[in-house]
Design a protein around this ligand. Sequence first.
Ligand code: NAD
Length: 443
Amino acid sequence: MKVTFFGVGYVGLVQAAILADVGHHVVCVDVDQEKVDNLKKGIIPIYEPDLTPIVIENYQNGRLNFTTDAKSGVNHGEIQFIAVGTPPDEDGSADLQYVLAVAEMIATHMQGPKIIIDKSTVPVGTADKVSARVAEVLTSRGVSYAFNVVSNPEFLKEGSAVADCRRPDRIVVGTDSDTVADVLRELYAPFNRNHDRLIVMDIRSAELTKYAANCMLATKISFMNEIANLAERLGADIEAVRLGIGSDSRIGYQFIYPGCGYGGSCFPKDVQALIRTADAIGYQPEVLKSVEAVNYRQKEKLFAMISDHFSGELVGKTFALWGLSFKPNTDDMREAPSRVLMESLWAAGAKVQAYDPEAMQECQRIYGSRSDLALMETAEAALCDVDALVIVTEWQHFRAMDFDLIGDSMSEPVIFDGRNLYEPSRMRKHGITYYSIGRSMPL
Ligand code: NAD
């Protein structure tokens, strides 16, 4: 099938590449000329495991192409995906300007019927707005073409996006047309062989499903962080509690890890956006507001622990920071807890020596060169002459720690672990003062 994607970000690029890889002909349109030029040279703008060879191979075999020319993109695809960003507006609601700009572009150039798919995460009612915008432009052009607007939210996870798109848990399709549902069934057939993963529903329910999923996951995290904060005040160990509750099959072990708060481009903005949606219709979303409030507090936790330990005297201190991305296996630092921590440390007069396996370039892009930030080549190098180590992201290779190196690099070894990577008893054995989340401290 012929498919067009508007937006080659984390979602658009991965989905486009995966669809091309199973034989569809995909054109990606983006307004970012540099991104498009780089993609044509095989330079992938994001770090996502296994993505690069798929993009390069399908570009070379001609099934995947990149352009900034909206007109040729619109002409190419019977299916037009909108996969542009929906960042928070000033009040936290989803900013639809990029989505509606694409709707306008499609309507400006279309010469025949189109299926327009909202892949971006958009508030309930957006498909109506996209329809209205397309109809408006077609009327102003004095033409009339059939079009359908479908909600097909994306559930991929950064860090495992390729695998998630190849083997999706579900494919949610919101449409009021059986014919359109059949077209999407055909499009996704290669990913729907083992059992039927397509869940067809009305458009508004599909739009809400995406927010409900992200808000449920964010709720699990904030809930566990709340219990962790209680555990450390009550002399309990959250890791034991986690195992205890996870064993209940109604709760399960997944996504109940305590930590230093959730970040990324999705959970914070989607929780906020659903709160704004509720506010706009006069409903008080008490749970969602608490989820957000707990997360704000949790992101400040590492700094509070550090400040307490050093009695507020942080001027001139240097901290090793392991992990900049908001989670492992991505270079994405949007809303990352590392940013809250670094900015607090800098404001308090401290310096940071940071290491991340993938996000150093992104960190450099965000913060530029500054005298209180050094980006180090390795995790070990980051430990050189520091007052403490702070762990913010649970990259796999931070899990096996060289305890001697810690002892050698700090006169009084201290670790602040925002991800509970280590056993407190082992830390004690090695003479390390160890702060973690939800365990009575310091151990
Ligand atoms: P992104 O910021 O990585 O990419 C968006 C891309 O759209 C950019 O390359 C930008 O240049 C391009 N763009 C902006 N305006 C355009 C226009 N008028 N025409 C063509 N291209 C344009 O965003 P993302 O992370 O891929 O997210 C896209 C959407 O998918 C958001 O709504 C997000 O909430 C949702 N989503 C994201 C994830 C994720 O893990 N990142 C997962 C599921 C859903």
